[in-house]
Design a protein around this ligand. Structure first.
Ligand SMILES: Cc1cc2nc3c(=O)[nH]c(=O)nc-3n(C[C@H](O)[C@H](O)[C@H](O)COP(=O)(O)O)c2cc1C
Length: 414
C-alpha cells in the first residue's frame, strides 16, 4: 500500500471510491463464472470429497454422473459431456421427454410384465442396447472390456465403437454377451474392407454404419485447452492424431474442422459398395429424416438407428423423439427402428416404444456407470433403466412391448 500513501489526491479518491469497489466486484464475478477458472479446479481428486456414494445408493442413471465426474479429469469428462456449438440440441434431447405424457392405465401386477423381444433375430430380455461410444479407457482402466462385461451381466447387447481404447479381440474375450460393432466410413475402400472383415472376424453379430460423424467444434473442449490437450490416441484411432496435426497447419475452412478429411464425405454409392463386405445384418446410424430412412432401406440396410449422435453433430438439429414418428411411418414393418440420444430413464424408453421404436440405445448413461463403478456400474445402470421401464408398464397397464402403442402416450411436440 506504499503506492496509496504516495498517490495523488485524485488517485486516492479513485482507490477509495465505491465505483472502484463495484468494478472489482464485477471482475470477481466475471472470473468466478469464467470457464477458464472452472477448468483450473481440475483435477478434483476423490480424496477431496468427504464421502462418495456407494453403488447401492444409486437410484437413477443420473446418480452415476456426479460420481463419474468426480473420478476423472475435467477435460475427459467434458469430451464426453460436450455437444456441438451452443449445445441447444443437447438440452432439447432431454426437454423432449417433457412434451410426451404417459397415459396411466389399469395397474398390473409386476409379475405379468414381459419386456422380452428380438432385434434382427437376436432374442433380448429388454429393448435396450448400449450405443457405440469411443474411448472407454478415459472412464475406467477396464475400458470397453468392463462395459462389455457389465452389459453381458445385465444381458444387454453392446455396440462396440469403431475405435475403442483396446483391441476388439480383447473386448471379445472379456464376456460372451451379444456384441455388435460400429463402423465409420473411410474413403479408402481397401481399409474399409479390412476393417469390416476384421470386425466380423472379431465376432460382430451386426455392423452399425454411422453416417453422422461429428464435425463441429466443441466449445467446452476449447475452454479446457490449457489443461494439456487430449492424450495421444491409442488403438484403432491412433492415426487420427497425425490427421489432426496436419489440420493445424491447414488454412481456410479446414482449419476450423469443416470439412475434415475422412469425415462427412460419404455417399450412397460408397454405402452400396461396402455392403458386399458385410455378411451380418447392417444398420445405418444417424438418420433424422423419413427420406433418408427410405433410401437406406431401399439400398439394403437391415435396420435404422434414429440418432443425432447425442447432440455431438450439427447443433440445432431436432431431438430424435421429435422425428421418430415420421421415420417409423416410412419404414416400420420393413426393418427395425432403433433410437438414441438423450435417453436416461425407463420412462424415456417407454415413450420411444410408444412412438414406434423397436429398441433404445443408451450412450452417456452407460458411460457414467463405467466411470463411476466399472463393470458393476454399467450393469446397475442397465438394471435401473429396465426396472423403470417395467414400472411404467405396470402403471400404464401395458403387459408386453406389443401393448405399448401410441395410445400409451399423449404428445405435445412443438
Ligand atoms: C463420448 C462419446 C463418444 C461417442 N463415440 C461414438 C462413436 O465412436 N461412434 C458412434 O457411432 N457414436 C458415438 N457416440 C454417439 C453414441 O453412439 C450415441 O449416439 C449417443 O451417445 C447417444 O446420446 P446419449 O449419450 O445422450 O445417450 C459417442 C457418444 C459419446 C458421448
Amino acid at each position: 500500500m506504499e503506492s496509496f500513501r504516495q498517490s495523488s489526491g485524485s488517485e486516492r479518491q479513485w482507490l477509495q471510491s465505491p465505483a472502484r469497489r463495484r468494478a472489482l466486484f464485477a471482475l470477481g464475478g466475471f472470473l468466478a463464472g469464467s470457464p477458464h477458472v472452472r477448468a483450473q479446479l481440475d483435477p478434483r481428486p476423490l480424496k477431496g470429497h468427504l464421502r462418495v456414494p456407494g453403488l447401492g445408493e444409486m437410484m437413477t442413471a443420473f446418480d452415476f454422473e456426479p460420481v463419474c465426474f468426480a473420478n476423472m479429469p475435467l477435460r475427459l469428462y467434458d469430451y464426453m459431456a460436450h455437444g456441438g456449438d451452443s449445445e441447444w440440441t443437447i438440452r432439447r434431447n432431454r426437454q423432449v421427454f417433457e412434451w410426451v405424457d404417459i397415459v396411466a392405465g389399469q395397474r398390473l401386477s409386476a409379475d405379468t410384465i414381459d419386456t422380452r423381444t428380438s432385434i434382427l433375430g437376436l432374442p433380448v430380455d429388454s429393448p435396450i442396447l448400449i450405443a457405440p461410444s469411443s474411448r472407454h479407457g478415459d472412464l475406467h482402466p477396464d475400458a470397453e472390456a468392463g462395459t462389455y462385461r457389465g452389459a453381458s451381466a445385465a444381458r444387454v447387447p453392446m455396440i462396440v465403437a469403431n475405435g475403442p481404447s483396446m483391441p476388439h479381440e480383447e473386448i471379445a474375450a472379456a464376456a460372451d454377451g451379444p456384441r455388435w460393432i460400429q463402423f465409420y466410413p473411410n474413403p479408402n475402400m481397401a481399409l474399409s474392407r479390412r476393417r469390416l472383415e476384421g470386425f466380423q472376424a472379431a465376432g460382430a453379430q451386426a455392423i452399425v454404419v454411422t453416417v453422422d460423424q461429428q464435425a463441429t467444434r466443441f466449445e467446452r473442449d476449447l475452454h479446457d485447452r490449457h489443461l494439456g490437450g487430449n492424450p495421444p490416441r491409442t488403438g484403432a484411432n491412433a492415426g487420427d492424431d497425425a490427421e489432426e496435426e496436419a489440420l493445424l497447419g491447414a488454412s481456410g475452412p479446414e482449419r476450423y474442422g469443416l470439412p475434415v478429411p475422412g469425415r462427412l464425405w460419404y455417399n450412397w454409392d460408397y454405402l452400396d459398395r461396402i455392403r458386399a463386405y458385410v455378411r451380418v445384418p447392417m444398420l445405418i446410424k444417424g438418420i433424422l429424416t423419413a427420406e433418408d430412412a427410405r433410401i437406406s432401406v431401399d439400398r439394403g440396410f437391415d435396420g435404422v438407428i434414429v440418432s443425432n449422435h447425442g447432440a455431438r453433430t450439427l447443433d440445432y438439429v431436432p431431438s430424435t423423439l421429435e422425428v421418430l414418428q415420421e421415420i417409423v411411418a416410412e419404414v416400420s414393418g420393413e426393418v427395425p427402428v432403433l433410437i438414441d440420444s438423450g435417453f436416461r430413464r425407463g420412462s424415456d424408453v417407454f415413450k420411444a416404444l410408444a412412438l414406434g421404436a423397436d429398441a433404445v440405445c443408451l450412450g452417456r448413461a452407460a458411460r457414467w456407470g463405467l466411470g463411476a463403478f466399472g463393470d458393476q456400474g454399467v450393469t446397475r445402470v442397465l438394471e435401473i433403466v429396465k426396472s423403470e421401464l417395467e414400472e411404467a408398464m405396470v402403471l400404464s397397464g401395458r403387459a408386453s412391448l406389443a401393448d405399448i402403442d401410441t395410445t400409451a402416450v399423449r404428445t405435445a411436440l412443438p
